[in-house]
Design a protein around this ligand. Structure first.
Ligand code: GAP
Length: 444
């Protein structure tokens, strides 16, 4: 993998991928069979990390707002949905095949591809580019004919548009309001690559915000700033985050404006989120294809109009990868030892508190303490090895706090709390621990 000029050198993908597999964050799906390209399993720590990202998004986008409703739509929805959206006709990437080694590539991503194993001097013999539709197809029911064809959604927003009227009426919302959804999406990517950055099965967190077309520019600005704040609050360093407005020739014919939120990965600046002012395209298309009226009545002008849509679409997996890159650090300690530390914000750290007995003789009261903290936080109990080694194991997975119960704890009711980044330690009353951690989480 050749790194572009603007790539960062403080974290290498090889190190990250290896740590993720070794510590059970993320690894290839179907590993014992040799893996399957573009599909990944999230292990015990990975699922916690991604769940924290999704919960934080839901908190900010749905729970903290009066004007956004949640939805969990079907992965396979009515195939007409994708005709209306233009996916069946246009959702494709240009593809080329090598006549010699039979490998397939994206025509617009030929830079840095592996040499041909059959061609002289490693040269591929490439065909002319052809369009390759990225929709994953399946069949519903017992017959496998044209009438049974259905598609796994290529983006989560399809069911949001088809459920617009139902959600609006059921929740008694009025435009402007939004519908938010988190869920799986599937794309038959020609070249899945860069770990979980581009895969064939992934998760999106999408908001479709419906408003009067005259107000879409205002809402675009609103959502742009809300979304940037979200990324800052996840703990991304400012120097790793930027926005990139689309040039007019990059915009879809119906779109008024678009901006990407980009993160500086080891393989360069890449999009993690897209924010789009899509005009009235979506509901106009679904009105035409379904024959159902999806327009709104404007009380002021006494006219009907088709709502415009401002969309914010962020990948849960790409955000997770960005968090892993952002957090990864190797620090040289006094005495020459190097510690690997994942500096996750406590907001997303998979484990919030690790609890250790200084000696196995202290197991019983320490487990009691862990059980109490577990009611509120994700806690890991560890009694094996020297305390220093236990700290290192937690640093490597990004646990913000470690608590040690020692022989004095039995006498004075206090425990030692050690903070991950500064490695500073303080004595805290055991019965104040829940409040101690809660205060620090609330202050984020
Ligand atoms: N509804 C708009 C939409 O789907 P997109 O730019 O194609 O727009 C939005 O996707 C986000 O979904 C991207 O910014 C990215 O984070 C994520 N995403 C898209 N394709 C992906 C893939 N193959 N693997 C992982 N994440 C992907």
């Amino acid at each position: 993998m050749s790194a572009p000029d603007d790539a960062r050198s403080d974290v290498r993908m090889e190190d990250l991928v290896s740590l993720c597999a070794r510590r059970g964050f993320i690894f290839q799906s179907g590993e014992i069979y040799g893996g399957i390209n573009g599909f990944w399993d999230y292990g015990p720590l990975g699922v916690e990390l991604k769940n924290n990202v999704k919960a934080f998004w839901w908190q900010r986008m749905v729970r903290e707002r009066d004007d956004v409703e949640g939805l969990d739509g079907a992965i396979i929805t009515h195939p007409r949905t994708w005709e209306a959206s233009g996916h069946i006709a246009n959702f494709s990437d240009p593809m080329v095949d090598c006549r010699l080694c039979k490998k397939r590539f994206r025509a617009d991503q030929l830079e840095g591809i592996a040499k041909c194993t059959e061609g002289r001097g490693g040269e591929h013999s490439l065909t002319e580019p052809r369009d390759f539709n990225l929709m994953l197809e399946t069949h519903i029911g017992a017959s496998a004919d044209a009438a049974s064809v259905a598609y796994l959604r290529a983006e989560t927003c399809g069911p949001i548009f088809t459920a617009f009227k139902r959600v609006r009426d059921a929740s008694r919302q009025k435009v402007p309001f939004g519908i938010a959804q988190i869920g799986k999406a599937f794309r038959n990517e020609i070249n899945p690559r860069n770990f979980i950055f581009r895969s064939r099965e992934f998760e999106q967190m999408e908001l479709e915000f419906f408003c009067h077309p005259d107000e879409s520019a205002k809402w675009f600005e609103h959502w742009r700033s809300v979304r940037l704040q979200f990324h800052r609050d996840l703990g991304f360093d400012e120097s790793n985050l930027r926005t990139r407005p689309h040039a007019p020739d990059e915009l879809a014919h119906y779109a008024n404006a678009a901006e990407d939120v980009e993160f500086l990965f080891p393989f360069g600046w890449q999009e993690i989120e897209g924010i789009h002012d899509r005009g009235s395209y979506d509901l106009t298309q679904h009105t035409e294809f379904s024959g159902k009226d999806l327009s709104e009545f404007d009380e002021q002008s006494k006219e009907r109009y088709v709502p415009a849509v401002v969309e914010t679409s962020v990948g849960a997996d790409r955000t997770t990868l960005a968090l892993l890159c952002n957090a990864f650090d190797e620090e040289e300690l006094e005495g020459g030892e190097t510690r690997t530390v994942m500096r996750f914000s406590p907001r997303v750290a998979p484990i919030k508190v690790a609890v250790f007995p200084l000696s196995k003789k202290l197991r019983e009261p320490t487990k009691k303490l862990a059980a109490d903290l577990r009611k509120r936080f994700n806690v890991f109990y560890d009694e094996s090895g020297a305390i220093g080694r236990r700290y290192r194991r937690q640093d490597e997975i990004g646990t913000p706090w470690c608590v040690t119960y020692d022989f004095d704890s039995q006498e004075d009711g206090q425990v030692t709390v050690r903070e991950r980044d500064s490695m500073s330690q303080e004595r805290v009353s055991a019965d104040q621990l829940r409040t101690y951690f809660q205060d620090r989480m609330d202050a984020l």
